[in-house]
Design a protein around this ligand. Sequence first.
Ligand SMILES: [Zn+2]
Length: 169
Amino acid sequence: MAILNIIKAPDPRLKVVCSPLSKVDDQIRALMDDMLETMYAAPGVGLAAPQIGVNKRIIVMDVARHDEKPEPLKLVNPEVMSASDILLVREEGCLSFPQQYAEVERPETVHIRYINEESEVKELQANGLAAICIQHEIDHLDGVLLTDRLSSIKRNIILRKMKKLKKLG
Ligand SMILES: [Zn+2]
């Protein structure tokens, strides 16, 4: 296992639409383990493959609280099949935008389909934080970032801060 470098915004590699996988092999399984290790070390609750420079439709996440048993999820080709009409406004962060937080409105519940590490098609109903996290990470696979969900004023504030952080190195 290895801790990978997380790409910070702004970066054109975060704006790429990722391609689906046809199957999950040992190389992908090892990559997902590295992604989880990287996410836990950051620490964060979700990580998408483009954030570590891989343009594939893979996300990992774990929204269990610190005092709970870890619940790692590895999702390949995740797709939202349906979403609730009820929306939830929640403050979101992103490992590609360190120390930046913004309120985003998203469906409270989503039903998704994905492929697990055994290449089996699975479905999952998620709500609350898990639903928010899944939607945030699927956005990454389409090159959509937290800032793309904000008003232009809020987006510019965060992007200016990110550019300053990058300069500081
Ligand atoms: Zn993110």
